[in-house]
Design a protein around this ligand. Sequence first.
Ligand code: ZN
Length: 164
Amino acid sequence: MGIILISFENCHQMSNLAIDFMSLALEQARKAYDLDEVPVGSIIVKNGEVISVSFNQVISQNLVTSHAEINAIQIASKKLNNYRLVNCDIYVTLEPCHMCAKAIVDARLKNLFFGALEPKTGAIVSIDRFLDASHLNHRVNYSSGYREADSANLLKSFFKSKRY
Ligand code: ZN
C-alpha cells in the first residue's frame, strides 16, 4: 500500500481506503461466523499498514471480554510492545459496546471506523454517545456506515440460523 492519509473532514464521502480496510474486518467477521461466534471482525491499522486482525471469540475463549475490538487491541499492543496505540485506527464491522469503547479510548486509538449500527448495545451513537463524553481525556474520531449492509446481513443470517 502507498501513502495513506484519511481526512475525517472528508469522511462523509466514505474513502475507498476505509471501505477496503473494512472489507478486511468483514473477512474476520466471516471467520467468526464459520466458528459459530457472533460475526464481528476488527482490524487495526497504523500508517496504512494492517498490524492486527481479529474477531469475536467469546464462546471459544469462554470469555465475555473477547470481543473483536478487544482481541484486535491486544494483538496490536503486543506487536507494538505498547499499551497505547498512538496514531492507530481501528475498524470494526459493528458499532462497539461500552466495554470496547472504553478500551478504544484507553488505547489512545486515533480513529474508529465502524460498519453496522448496534441498536441494543452500541455505545457510540445508538444507546449512548460515549466517545463524546466531556470527561474523557482522549478524543477518538469516529465514523460509521462502512460496508454497513454486508455487516448487518451477516449478523442477520447468523441470528436467523441460530433462531435467537
Ligand atoms: Zn464490545
